[in-house]
Design a binder for this molecule. Structure first.
Ligand SMILES: Nc1nc2c(c(=O)[nH]1)N[C@H]1C(S)=C(S)[C@@H](COP(=O)(O)OP(=O)(O)OC[C@H]3O[C@@H](n4cnc5c(=O)[nH]c(N)nc54)[C@H](O)[C@@H]3O)O[C@H]1N2
Ligand SMILES: Nc1nc2c(c(=O)[nH]1)N[C@H]1C(S)=C(S)[C@@H](COP(=O)(O)OP(=O)(O)OC[C@H]3O[C@@H](n4cnc5c(=O)[nH]c(N)nc54)[C@H](O)[C@@H]3O)O[C@H]1N2
Ligand code: SF4
Ligand SMILES: [Mo]
Length: 648
C-alpha cells in the first residue's frame, strides 16, 4: 500500500499527523515525521485507533428501535428506509412545531471540517436550534477575549528557548503528550517546569516545582504573584506603558492581595507564592499553559483572566497558551453555511439537560458526541431523551450510551475511512487527511448523509456543495501555499495572526477590561468563594481514553475515587472499599483509592466514568453555567461520601 497521510481528529491539544503504512504485512499507524511537533511518538489512543476502526462495537448498519428506551433494542434496516424516516420526521416536526423544535447536538468527537462542520449546512438551512458549544473551552475563550481581544497564545515553536514552563491547572503529561514532550526537551536545555494543581497530578509529579492551591482559588494566587511583581518592581514598566491600559486600576486591586492574605485563601505558604513570583521574574521568557481543565469550575473564566495578566506584567506578548483556534484565518462559516443561513435559536450545551427534559425539542440529531454520558445533569437529560414525544437520531461510529436513547442509529465512518482537513488548536501544521481504509459495513461519512437528507428535503444546491470546493473556500488565503498543494499531500502551515496584535477596543492589552464592563462583568478578575459543604470532586482526563472513546479497546473507565488517607481514616474508609458519592443531584458508587495524591477535602475521579451500578458520574454534576462564557463547573462539584449501607 502506498503511504497514506492522515491526521488524528480527536479533541486533543496535539492533532498528530500520521502515516498509515503497510509494514511486515500489517497495516500500521505511525507518527508522520513532516510535522516536527507531533513526530516521534503516538499516544495510547493514537496507537489504538486502527483497532477501534475494526472493533466489535462499531455501528455497521442503520438501525431502527424496536424496544423501549433505554435499551439497545434495535432492528437492522436499509439506508433508504432510514433516510426516508428521518426526512419524514424532520418535515413533520417543522410542520407541527416549527424548525426551532429541531435540535442538532454535536461536539468535537471528530474535529474535521467535513465531519464536524459540513453537516451544519443542512441544519442551518432548516434553521434548526443548535447548542452554544459551551461544554469545553468557551468560558476561557470569553475570559481571554476581555483582556486580549482574541484568545490565542503561543505556537510550539514560539515556546522554544523559553526558560520557564508553567502548567497551571493543565495536566499536560496526560492531556497533551506532545506539548509535555516539548517542555521536557526544553528542560534538557535548562528550562524549569512548574505545575500548579490542587492534587499530585502526573504533571505535578514530573515537575521541578509545584504549588497546590485549594480548588477554585487561582484568582487569589495569580493576584498574589502580581502583588509581588508590582510591589517589588519586578514588572516590565516599558512594556506595560506601551502595550497595556488599566495598570493603575490593576495595581489598586492587586494591592489588596498581599501574600499573607493569598496564603490564607489558597492554602499555599507565603514562601511558595514568593518563589513562584521570583521564578517568573528571573526566568524569562516564560510560557504559562492555562488548562482547559482549570476553566471548568465556578471561578474558571475568572482564573483564566487573572493568570493571563501575569505575562503582560512580565513584558511578554501573549506569554501563554490556552488554545490557538482563534489564531487562524480560516473561514468556518463557509463550511457551516452560516454565511447564507444562521440558526435562530442557540441553547446552552452545559444546561441542555434542562431544555431537553422540558420537551422543547421534538427531533434531536446527535453526532460526534456522546451526550448521554458527557453532559451535566444526566438524570434530567436521560429523562428528556426518553420522552415519548421526542425522536432521537444518532449518527456515530460506535454504539454508546446515547444509542440507548436513539430511535434511529446511523453508522458513521471513522476518520481512517474518509478524507478531511483538521484544523489543530495547538500547532499550525495542516495536511489533507486521506482515507486510509475502506468504510466498514454500510458506514457513510457526514457529507454523504448531509446530501442524502438535503435531496429528500428539497434543499437548495448550496447545502450539498462539493466538499472539496467547500474546503477550498474556507482555507484559501488561510494557508501558506495553495489549496492544490494541500490536496496533493503537502504539509503546510496555517497563516497566523501576530502575537503582538490585540483585538481590544484600545488595540492594547486591557488589564482593566472596558469590554467586560459593557458585558456586565467585573473589569478586573474577581473571585467567588466556594461555600458548598462536603468534598470538592475534581475529575480530569486519563491517558487511555478520549472522553468516553476507546472503552472498546481498553475496557471501562475505572470507577474509582481517590481520597486522602486522613479523610479516609476519619470516615473509616479502607483502600479498595466501595463508597457512595452523593449530592442533591444524585449518587454514584465507586471504589475508594486511599492515596496522598489528593489533599484533605478534595476527591479525584477519572472523568465521565460509569459507576458500579451503571450510573454516570455526570449525575452529580449540576447544569450550572458560568457567568462568563456559559461554561461548565465540572471541577466545583461538591459531594458527600458515605459507605453503601449507611444513610449519610
Ligand atoms: N488523554 C486525554 N487527553 C485529552 C483528552 C482526553 O479525554 N484524554 N481530552 C482533551 C480535552 S477535550 C480537554 S478539555 C483537555 C483537558 O485537559 P487539561 O486542560 O489538562 O484538563 P484536565 O484533564 O481537566 O486536567 C486539569 C488539571 O487541573 C486540575 N485542577 C482542577 N481544578 C483546579 C483548580 O481549581 N486550580 C488548579 N490550579 N488546578 C485545578 C486537575 O486536578 C487536573 O490535574 O484534554 C484534552 N486531552
Ligand atoms: N464529568 C465530566 N464530564 C465532562 C468533562 C469533565 O471534565 N468531567 N469534560 C467535558 C469536555 S471538556 C468535553 S470536550 C466533553 C466531550 O464530550 P463528547 O464529545 O461527548 O465526548 P466523546 O466521548 O469523545 O464523544 C465523541 C463521540 O463522537 C464519536 N465519533 C468519533 N469520530 C466520529 C466521526 O468521525 N463521525 C461521527 N459521526 N462520530 C464520531 C465517538 O464515537 C463518540 O461517541 O465532555 C465533557 N464532559
Ligand atoms: S489523541 Fe492526541 S496525542 Fe493521541 S494521537 Fe491523537 S492527536 Fe496525537
Ligand atoms: Mo474538552
Amino acid at each position: 500500500m502506498p503511504l497514506v497521510r492522515t491526521v488524528c481528529p480527536r479533541d486533543c491539544y496535539d492533532t498528530c499527523h500520521l502515516q498509515v503504512v503497510e509494514k511486515a504485512g500489517l497495516t500500521q499507524v505511525l507518527p508522520d515525521p513532516s510535522n516536527e511537533f507531533t513526530s516521534g511518538f503516538l499516544c495510547a489512543r493514537g496507537v489504538a485507533d486502527l483497532k477501534r476502526a475494526f472493533s466489535k462495537e462499531r455501528i455497521l448498519y442503520p438501525h431502527l428501535r424496536n424496544k423501549g428506551k433505554p435499551s439497545l433494542g434495535f432492528k437492522r434496516i436499509g439506508w433508504s428506509e432510514a433516510l426516508n424516516i428521518v426526512a419524514e420526521k424532520i418535515t413533520e416536526t417543522i410542520r407541527d412545531y416549527g424548525p426551532e423544535a429541531l435540535l442538532h447536538v454535536e461536539y468535537a468527537g471528530n474535529m474535521g471540517l467535513l465531519a464536524w462542520y459540513y453537516p451544519q449546512r443542512l441544519w442551518n438551512w432548516l434553521q434548526a436550534t443548535m447548542t452554544d458549544y459551551s461544554i469545553c473551552s468557551k468560558s476561557g475563550h470569553a475570559a481571554l477575549s476581555l483582556h486580549y481581544g482574541l484568545s490565542y497564545g503561543r505556537l510550539p515553536e514560539e515556546m522554544k528557548g523559553s526558560k520557564l514552563f508553567v502548567f497551571w491547572g493543565f495536566n499536560a503529561a496526560v492531556s497533551s503528550p506532545h506539548f509535555w514532550a516539548l517542555a521536557l526537551r526544553e528542560r534538557n536545555k535548562g528550562a524549569l517546569i512548574i505545575a500548579i494543581d490542587p492534587r499530585k497530578s502526573e504533571t505535578v509529579e514530573r515537575s521541578d516545582f509545584s504549588i497546590n492551591p485549594r480548588p477554585g482559588t487561582d484568582v487569589a494566587l495569580a493576584y498574589g504573584v502580581m502583588n509581588i511583581l508590582i510591589s517589588e518592581e519586578l514588572y516590565d514598566k516599558d512594556f506595560v506603558e506601551k502595550y497595556t491600559i488599566g495598570f493603575k486600576e490593576l495595581k489598586n486591586e492587586v494591592s489588596k492581595w498581599p501574600p499573607s492574605r493569598v496564603s490564607e485563601v489558597t492554602g499555599v505558604d507565603v514562601s511558595s507564592i514568593r518563589r513562584l513570583a521570583e521564578l517568573y521574574s528571573e526566568k524569562k521568557p516564560s510560557v504559562t499553559f492555562i488548562g482547559l481543565g482549570i476553566q471548568k469550575s465556578l471561578n474558571g473564566a475568572q482564573a483564566v483572566r487573572a493568570i493571563s495578566l501575569i505575562p503582560a506584567l512580565l513584558g511578554i506578548h501573549r506569554g501563554f497558551y490556552y488554545t490557538n483556534s482563534r489564531r487562524w484565518l480560516a473561514n468556518i462559516a463557509k463550511v457551516t453555511g452560516e454565511e447564507i443561513s444562521k440558526p435562530k435559536r442557540i441553547v446552552s450545551q452545559v444546561a441542555l439537560a434542562e431544555h431537553i427534559e422540558r420537551g422543547e425539542f421534538k427531533f434531536i440529531f446527535v453526532y460526534n458526541m456522546n451526550p448521554a454520558l458527557t453532559l451535566p445533569g444526566q438524570e434530567k437529560l436521560r429523562r428528556g431523551l426518553a420522552r415519548g414525544d421526542v425522536f432521537v437520531v444518532q449518527f456515530d461510529t460506535h454504539w454508546n450510551e446515547t444509542s440507548m436513547y436513539a430511535d434511529i442509529a446511523l453508522p458513521a465512518t471513522t476518520y481512517l475511512e474518509k478524507s478531511d482537513v483538521v484544523l489543530p488548536y495547538g500547532h499550525n501544521y495542516v495536511a489533507f487527511s486521506q482515507r486510509a481504509i475502506e468504510p466498514q459495513g454500510e458506514s457513510r461519512d457526514e457529507t454523504w448523509l448531509t446530501c442524502e437528507l438535503a435531496k429528500r428535503l428539497g434543499a437548495p444546491e448550496w447545502v450539498c456543495m462539493d466538499p472539496i470546493q467547500v474546503l477550498r473556500e474556507a482555507l484559501e488565503g488561510a494557508i501558506e501555499g495553495t489549496f492544490e498543494d494541500l490536496l496533493s499531500g503537502k504539509v503546510l502551515r496555517l497563516k497566523t495572526r501576530p502575537l503582538d496584535a490585540y483585538q481590544t477596543p484600545s488595540g492594547k492589552i486591557e488589564l482593566y477590561s472596558t469590554t467586560a464592563i459593557k458585558l456586565g462583568y467585573s473589569p478586573l478578575p474577581e473571585m467567588e468563594y466556594l461555600t458548598g459543604k462536603g468534598f470538592v470532586l475534581l475529575n480530569s482526563a486519563t491517558p487511555k481514553y478520549t472522553h468516553t472513546q476507546f472503552r472498546d479497546v481498553y475496557g471501562p473507565i475505572p470507577a474509582i475515587v481517590q481520597i486522602n488517607p486522613e479523610d479516609a481514616m476519619e470516615l473509616g474508609i479502607r483502600d479498595g472499599e466501595e463508597v457512595v458519592l452523593y449530592n442533591e443531584n444524585g449518587e454514584v458508587r465507586v471504589k475508594a483509592q486511599v492515596v496522598d495524591k489528593v489533599p484533605r477535602g478534595v476527591l479525584w475521579s477519572p472523568r465521565q466514568l460509569i459507576d458500579l451500578n451503571g450510573r454516570p458520574q455526570n449525575t452529580l454534576v449540576p447544569t450550572t453555567t458560568q457567568k462568563i462564557g456559559g461554561g461548565p463547573v465540572f471541577n466545583s462539584v461538591m459531594v458527600y461520601l458515605r459507605k453503601p449501607n449507611s444513610t449519610g
